[in-house]
Design a protein around this ligand. Structure first.
Ligand code: IVH
Length: 705
C-alpha cells in the first residue's frame, strides 16, 4: 500500500555514516514504541509498522555488525519493568519470536531447521501450529503444585510481580491438578480479553468517564496491571497456557504432549492447536485460522509454529532474542483504501465528543467497513485529514476500524481541513477542552440528550438525591417512556400522573402501594442539603468531596447560584477576571480545573434553567457552618503578606472551620484582612474600603476565643 510518502533507501545502498545515523534514530524510535506498548499499554503505531522498523534495524545490523550493542532492541525484548510493581527475575528468560510474513519465509524456517538438525531430504520435522494470541504474556511459578508467583514479561529477564492480580483470574489454577507435578515449574501463556467483554468494559468505562481502551490487548494489560487488585478482579481476564520456563522435571517429550499435560493440570489450552507434518499443512492451518479470525471471539495476530520434539527444540536453541525452533507467522495488517465522505461527532454519555469517519464502504479483511474512529481532535490534525481524502483504513486488533493515514497525492483540490466543532452536535451547548486533555466535552451536563440518562442516574444515586424506589433501572424506564427527561421531572411526576390517562400504577411492576411509596420517597427529598444538590448536578470533577467544599464555602444555594452566575458571565477563552471566579478558585482544595468545570457548567444557560426549574420544586437546606458561634462565622476574610505563624492552606482551613469565607482579594464585602510581613496592595485596598486589618497573632486569638 502506497500510504507512505517516503520510501527509505535499500539498506544495501547505505553508507556507513548513513547507517549509523539511521540506526541511532531507529533504536530511539523503537524504544519509545516499546515504552508506550509495554508500560503505558497505549501503542501509537500499528504492529505492522513496528515490525517494519524492527526488521529494518535488523537488516542494518546484519550489514554493519559493529553497530550492534547489548542494549539494542534486537538484543532485548519489550521494555524494562514499570515502576510500582516489585521486580521478578525470570528463572529462564521470556524471549520473543522471530517473524515470518510470507509462505516462502515459513518454508525457509523449516528448511533451516532441517539443515541445522541435519535431517534427510524427506525428513520433515513434526510441527505444532498454534494461534498467536494477542494479549500479554505471563509467567506463573508453581512450587509443589502451588502458585507462588506470577510475573509479566517486562524486558524478558525481569518482569513485574503481579501475583495478587493474577490470583483473581479464573483460568489460572491456584493449585495444579494430578500427581507427578514437578517440584518447581514456571508455566507460561497469554492473558487476554474476549472481544465482547472488551466492548462491554469500554461501554462501562465511558459511562463512568474512565479510560477507554483502544483494543482488547491494551484492555487486558491495563486491567492486569492495577495497583488495586479489586479492579483486576472485576475485569473479565482470561488465560491460555502454551509454554514454560524452568521445570525441575519434564512431564512430556513433545510440545503437543506438554500442551496436553498443561490441560490435564488445570489450564485452558487453545482448542485450535494442531500437530502438522508438512509445510503445506502448516500453511493450510494459517489460512484456515485467518478465515476464522473475525469470528474467534478473541484477537489473534498470527499463528506460531513450534518444532514438536522437545529434544530437537533443545538442540536448536536460540539466536539472540528468539528461539530457532519456533516462529510467528503474522497476518498481514488488514488495511484498505477508501474515501472519507464526512466526519460525524458522536457524543458519549459523559459528554466526550468522538469524531467518527463516514467512509465509502470498503471490505477490510472480509468485513465491510463504513465507519471508523478518528479518536480525537488532535489525531485529525496530526494525520492532516480533509473530508474527501483517500484514506487507509485498518481494523485494529480486529475490533474497531481506524483511519491510519491519508494519501495526500489523491487529495481533491477543493478539500478543506476539518474544523472540529466547538458546539455539541446533539444539544448545541458549547464544548470545552481542559488543559492537557485530548477530549473535547459538551458542557450541557443537565440538558444534553446524549448525557441525560447517565446524569439522571447520577442525580438519584446514593450520595446525591438517593430516592428509594428510583434507581438506575427505573430511571432508564421512565426516561425511555418520556416521563423523566430532566431532574425537575422527578418532582413533578406526581402532579403529571394525576392528570395522565395512562397512570403510573398501571405500569408493569407497579400498583397503588408502590406508586404511593415512590411519591412519598420523592417528597421526602424535596428538602436537600446543598452539598448533595451540588454533587447531584454531575459537574465534571465535582465529586462528593468538592461538592462539600463548595457548599461549605457558599453556605446557601442563593449565594452559590449568584456567585456562579457572576463568574460564568465573565468566562472567556483567555481566562476569567471576575471577583467571583477568584473567590471560587481560592477555596482551599478547589483547583483551577475544578473551578473552570463549575463555571463552564453555569456558562450554559440551559443548565442554569434546568437548575432553576428544579429549585422551584425543592428546598435547599443551607449547610450548617461548622462553628456558627465563632467570632468570625459568616465573615469574609483575606490573608495577605508572607504568613509566618501558619501556611496559607492552614489559614484557609482554620478560617473555614470557624465558619468564615476566605477570599483572595479585598473588596467592600471583605470583613477582615489578616496581614503578615510584606503585605502590599491588599493592605492599601483594605484602607480604601475601610476594612479592619489584624495581625497573625490577633487572628489566632480571635479563632481561639
Ligand atoms: S511461544 C520462546 N506461543 O507472542 C517463545 N507465544 O512474539 C515463547 N504469543 O511473547 C512464546 N501466542 O506473548 C508463543 N501460542 C503462542 C503464543 C505466543 C501468543 C505471544 C507471546 C510472546 C509473543 C512473541
Amino acid at each position: 500500500m502506497a500510504a507512505k510518502s517516503k520510501v527509505p533507501p535499500p539498506v544495501d545502498s547505505l553508507t556507513r555514516s548513513q547507517a549509523r545515523v539511521e540506526h541511532k534514530r531507529l533504536v530511539l524510535e523503537i524504544e519509545a514504541h516499546n515504552e508506550r506498548y509495554y508500560q503505558q499499554d497505549a501503542p501509537t503505531v500499528s504492529d505492522a509498522a513496528y515490525d517494519a522498523m524492527q526488521r529494518r534495524l535488523e537488516a542494518i545490523e546484519a550489514r554493519f555488525p559493529d553497530l550492534v550493542t547489548a542494549s539494542s532492541p534486537t538484543q532485548t525484548v519489550g521494555a524494562a519493568p514499570a515502576r510500582g510493581f516489585a521486580k521478578v527475575q525470570h528463572a529462564v528468560p521470556m524471549l520473543s519470536l522471530g517473524n515470518a510474513f510470507s509462505d516462502a519465509e515459513v518454508a525457509e524456517f523449516v528448511e533451516r531447521i532441517r539443515r541445522f538438525l541435519k535431517l534427510g531430504a524427506d525428513d520433515i520435522p513434526a510441527i505444532v501450529a498454534e494461534p498467536k494470541i494477542d494479549g500479554l504474556s505471563l509467567s506463573l511459578r508453581y512450587e509443589h503444585g502451588e502458585l507462588v508467583r506470577a510475573a509479566t514479561r517486562g524486558d524478558g529477564f525481569t518482569g513485574e510481580d503481579v501475583t495478587a492480580n493474577v490470583r483473581t483470574i479464573r483460568d489460572v489454577p491456584h493449585t495444579l491438578r494430578g500427581r507427578d507435578i514437578p517440584a518447581a515449574c514456571e508455566l507460561r501463556g497469554e492473558v487476554y480479553m474476549l472481544k465482547e467483554d472488551f466492548l462491554a468494559l469500554n461501554k462501562k468505562q465511558e459511562a463512568a468517564g474512565d479510560t477507554v481502551f483502544a483494543n482488547p490487548r491494551n484492555s487486558a494489560a491495563g486491567s492486569l496491571r492495577q495497583k488495586d487488585v479489586a479492579i483486576t478482579a472485576s475485569r473479565p481476564l482470561k488465560f491460555f497456557a502454551y509454554a514454560w520456563g524452568e521445570m525441575t522435571d519434564r512431564p512430556a517429550e513433545t510440545q503437543h504432549d506438554m500442551l496436553k499435560w498443561l490441560r490435564d493440570v488445570g489450564f485452558m489450552v487453545n482448542p485450535l492447536i494442531e500437530l502438522c507434518s508438512s509445510v503445506e499443512q502448516v500453511l493450510q492451518f494459517y489460512r484456515r485460522i485467518g478465515e476464522q479470525r473475525a469470528t474467534l471471539g478473541y484477537d489473534i495476530d498470527g499463528v506460531v509454529y513450534k518444532v514438536d520434539r522437545l529434544d530437537w527444540q533443545e538442540r536448536l536453541g536460540f539466536v539472540s532474542r528468539s528461539p530457532r525452533w519456533a516462529i510467528a507467522h503474522k497476518f498481514a495488517a488488514e488495511q484498505a483504501m477508501t474515501i472519507l465522505r464526512g466526519i460525524d461527532i458522536q457524543v458519549g454519555r459523559t459528554g466526550a465528543m468522538t469524531p467518527v469517519a463516514r467512509l465509502e464502504p470498503v471490505t477490510v479483511g472480509g468485513v465491510v467497513v463504513q465507519n471508523a474512529t478518528l479518536h480525537n481532535e488532535d489525531e485529525i490534525t496530526r494525520k492532516d485529514i480533509h473530508v474527501g481524502d483517500t484514506v487507509v483504513v485498518q481494523r485494529a486488533g480486529d475490533v474497531i476500524p481506524q483511519v491510519v493515514s491519508v494519501i495526500i497525492g489523491k487529495r481533491p483540490r477543493n478539500a478543506q481541513p476539518y474544523v472540529f466543532p466547538h458546539k455539541c452536535p446533539v444539544c448545541g451547548s458549547h464544548a470545552v477542552r481542559e488543559e492537557g486533555e485530548a477530549v473535547r466535552r459538551c458542557t450541557g451536563t443537565l440538558i444534553c440528550p446524549a448525557q441525560a440518562v447517565e446524569r439522571l442516574k447520577h442525580f438519584v444515586s446514593r450520595l446525591a438525591f438517593d430516592i428509594d424506589g428510583l434507581g438506575e433501572k427505573q430511571i432508564q424506564e421512565f426516561y425511555d417512556d418520556g416521563l423523566i427527561m430532566h431532574p425537575v421531572d422527578i418532582f413533578t411526576l406526581q402532579k403529571r400522573d394525576a392528570r395522565a390517562t395512562k397512570k403510573l400504577r398501571d405500569r408493569e411492576g407497579y400498583g397503588d402501594v408502590s406508586v404511593r411509596n415512590l411519591f412519598a420517597a420523592i417528597d421526602a427529598r424535596r428538602k436537600i442539603e446543598l452539598n448533595r444538590l451540588i454533587f447531584a448536578l454531575g459537574i465534571r470533577h465535582v465529586g462528593e468531596g468538592n461538592a462539600k467544599l463548595l457548599a461549605r464555602h457558599y453556605g446557601g444555594i442563593e449565594n452559590f447560584r449568584s456567585a456562579m452566575a457572576e463568574a460564568a458571565g465573565a468566562q472567556t477563552d483567555e481566562g476569567n477576571a471576575s471577583e467571583a471566579y477568584a473567590d471560587l478558585n481560592n477555596i482551599g482544595g478547589i483547583g483551577e480545573i475544578v473551578a473552570n468545570a463549575v463555571v463552564e457548567f453555569f456558562a450554559e444557560p440551559r443548565n442554569v434553567k434546568a437548575l432553576n426549574d428544579l429549585l422551584e420544586e425543592i428546598e435547599v437546606l443551607p449547610v450548617a457552618q461548622t462553628r456558627s458561634d465563632s467570632a468570625v462565622a459568616g465573615k469574609t476574610v483575606v490573608f495577605t503578606g508572607s504568613l509566618e505563624k501558619f501556611t496559607r492552606d492552614e489559614a484557609k482551613a482554620s478560617a473555614e472551620r470557624m465558619g468564615a469565607r476566605v477570599s483572595g482579594s479585598v473588596s467592600k464585602k471583605t470583613d477582615l484582612v489578616v496581614a503578615g510581613p510584606g503585605a502590599g496592595s491588599k493592605l492599601k485596598d483594605a484602607e480604601k474600603f475601610g476594612v479592619r486589618v489584624i495581625s497573625e497573632d490577633e487572628w489566632l486569638k480571635l479563632i481561639e476565643a
